[in-house]
Design a protein. Structure first.
Lengths: 179, 184
């Protein structure tokens, strides 16, 4: 297959997925796998699992999976094309909606909307954290770290999170090493 | 409160520096919680209500939620240039790191201690997200006495019963807004 063809097909795979990723990137990860492994045969299933693990381990949003898949398929050009095809279409929609929303800033109805939506968004934040917690390994030490860090961050809202997160990672390594 | 108080002037380099730092240091997911802390708690660039309304929009629209919330914040503070700056700062540095990790991973294979380290970091990030949820819940309750009921309904439907997000939000949002018409 010629190089241009692969790049073009990456666009055709990732652009629809971008527009279909309602509710966030998680909803289309399975579809990305299906397209690049089963439909196009660009990467093996084992490879895809590796790429997924790295996208979770790396900093930044998990949606960087699209960049990694593009890189694996066609190097730098593949990474750029897959990233653009995945991030640009949905971002244009978000931009248009933000613009309209912010244009009516300060209007009474917007205050009502914001007040009404705040508990809804809060429920979504807590649901998201709860779902991730349930999908973790379930080890006692993991739950303890979650509880301890929640307590620290509630008591000290302005604390820089990074040292706490690093300490939690090292604690987990230590627990595994001595058990 | 929102809209009436003057906003601090935020420069594009300020925004780039903050979002690049968030993108690069947010291991273990829960980026929205990091952004809330930095943008609302520490810098007061946005009010709680403004941020949470943007977060709801971000969740409903297609695309990764964090990318959408960055676009919303960037647009709110500095228009088109703000959106572009926030998204590029959030995505480009971690992209480079992710590709480097991929290359390293291919050469050394999986390391058990690295897995443990990342799981510990992810657990603390979950705690961070819970703390942000707790603070946002307290804030929401101050101006809206129905807030605990709405919050509990969302958590039950999506967190516990695992119902799909979009229909739940579309059904609950009008109810949540209607009962919040009167300020407490």
């Amino acid at each position: 297959m010629r190089d241009d063809d692969v790049l073009w097909q990456l666009v055709l795979v990732f652009t629809p997925l971008s527009l279909l990723s309602l509710g966030g990137g998680q909803s289309v990860i399975a579809d990305i796998g299906k397209q690049v492994v089963d439909v196009h045969g660009w990467v093996s299933q084992a490879d895809f699992v590796d790429l997924f693990a790295i996208s979770r381990a790396a900093p930044g949003p998990g949606s960087l999976l699209s960049t990694l898949v593009g890189w694996r398929i066609d190097g730098l050009a593949g990474a750029l094309v897959a990233s653009l095809a995945y991030f640009v279409p949905s971002s244009l929609i978000a931009f248009a909606v933000s613009r309209v929303w912010n244009r009516y800033r300060g209007q009474a109805w917007q205050g009502v909307l914001e007040r009404g939506l705040a508990p809804l968004a809060t429920g979504l934040i807590l649901s998201g954290a709860f779902t991730v917690l349930l999908s973790s390994s379930g080890a006692v030490s993991t739950w303890l770290i979650v509880a301890a860090s929640a307590a620290v961050f509630i008591l000290r809202p302005k604390l820089n999170p990074l040292p706490i997160l690093l300490a939690a990672g090292l604690a987990k390594v230590a627990v595994s090493a001595f058990s | 409160m929102s809209g009436s108080e003057p906003k601090p002037a935020v420069t594009l380099p300020d925004m780039f520096a903050l979002f690049a730092r968030i993108g690069l240091t947010s291991f273990g997911g829960g980026l929205s919680a990091w952004i809330y802390r930095e943008v609302v708690d520490r810098r007061r660039w946005l009010s709680e209500d403004e941020f949470l309304a943007g977060l709801t929009l971000s969740q409903i629209l297609p695309g990764p939620n964090v990318v959408n919330i960055c676009i919303y914040i960037g647009q709110r503070l500095r228009g088109t240039a703000g959106s572009v700056t926030a998204v590029l700062a959030l995505l480009l540095p971690p992209m480079v790191v992710a590709v480097l990790l991929l290359v390293v991973f291919r050469s050394y294979g999986q390391l058990a201690w690295l897995h443990d380290l990342l799981e510990g970091i992810a657990a603390a990030a979950i705690g961070l997200t819970f703390s942000v949820g707790y603070r946002a819940a307290r804030h929401a309750t101050e101006s809206n006495r129905w807030a605990p009921a709405v919050l509990a309904a969302v958590f039950l439907a999506i967190g516990v019963l695992r119902w799909p997000l979009i229909p739940v939000v579309i059904c609950l949002a009008p109810v949540a807004v209607l009962i919040a018409r009167k300020k407490v």
